[in-house]
Design a protein around this ligand. Structure first.
Ligand SMILES: [Zn+2]
Length: 226
């Protein structure tokens, strides 16, 4: 929806409920400025087979905790049908990262897929909405076909670290080999990185099909990866 249309419809900030100005979307400038930024650049070791380990670069924008505003935003995009907020936050994240001149933007964004059943329940994939925001501002195309989630698992939130890793290890499948003409630089997109087990599993599935340059962009991280 066009920014002016949203303005006339009286859209308000998801954090302080103030009316948004036409140039604002999702979160007002005041609330955006005081979010807990992580700007995390890190990498995760991923064992792609028995002999080979690669490092997957990770880029996370915000710092998630149980008691901060980021939790409120994530909760809205996952459980309160606020798909547009995910798009807005993807745009805001891309605008912020664009100020980093050393940034090499991905050619293709691959949102971490939901299982079809979960997707039907929610009506959208929040990671896909984030990816749309990132691509709208930063460029690149979105690929929602190469990676699928073929195992449905229960909510991750109450599982232990080990339980989460086992839960997602076999959950993802890459549906095709990397086409020779497809650009190399792939970015997985997810809302929050916690242990990294979901992103590792996605990376392993993609790597098996020839996608060897995979990094991950997440809206938020919960603490620092070790
Ligand atoms: Zn606000």
């Amino acid at each position: 929806m066009h920014a002016w249309m949203r303005f006339w419809l009286g859209e308000s900030c998801r954090l302080c409920s103030a009316g948004l100005l036409p140039m604002e979307s999702g979160v007002c400038t005041g609330c955006l400025g005081v979010l807990p930024f992580a700007w995390m650049r890190n990498s995760l070791p991923v064992a792609v087979n028995e002999k080979q380990q690669i490092n997957m670069p990770i880029r996370s924008w915000l710092l998630f905790s149980e008691h901060n505003a980021v939790r409120t935003l994530i909760h809205r995009i996952k459980y309160q049908s606020d798909a547009h907020l995910a798009f807005d936050l993807g745009c805001a994240m891309a605008k912020d990262f664009r100020s980093d001149a050393s940034m090499v933007w991905p050619d293709v964004w691959i949102p971490v897929p939901l299982h079809a059943k979960r997707r039907r329940q929610r009506g959208y994939n929040q990671s896909e909405m984030l990816a749309k925001g990132l691509a709208t501002v930063g460029g690149g195309s979105i690929d929602t076909h190469s990676l699928i989630r073929h195992l449905h698992s229960e909510s991750q939130t109450k599982k232990s670290r080990k339980g989460r890793a086992e839960n997602v290890q076999q959950a993802f499948l890459c549906t095709r080999s990397k086409p020779p003409e497809m650009p190399l630089k792939i970015a997985l997109v997810d809302d929050v990185i916690t242990t990294g087990s979901t992103l590792k599993s996605c990376c392993m599935a993609l790597n098996c099909s020839g996608f060897t340059q995979v990094e991950a962009w997440t809206l938020a991280c919960s603490g620092w990866l070790d």
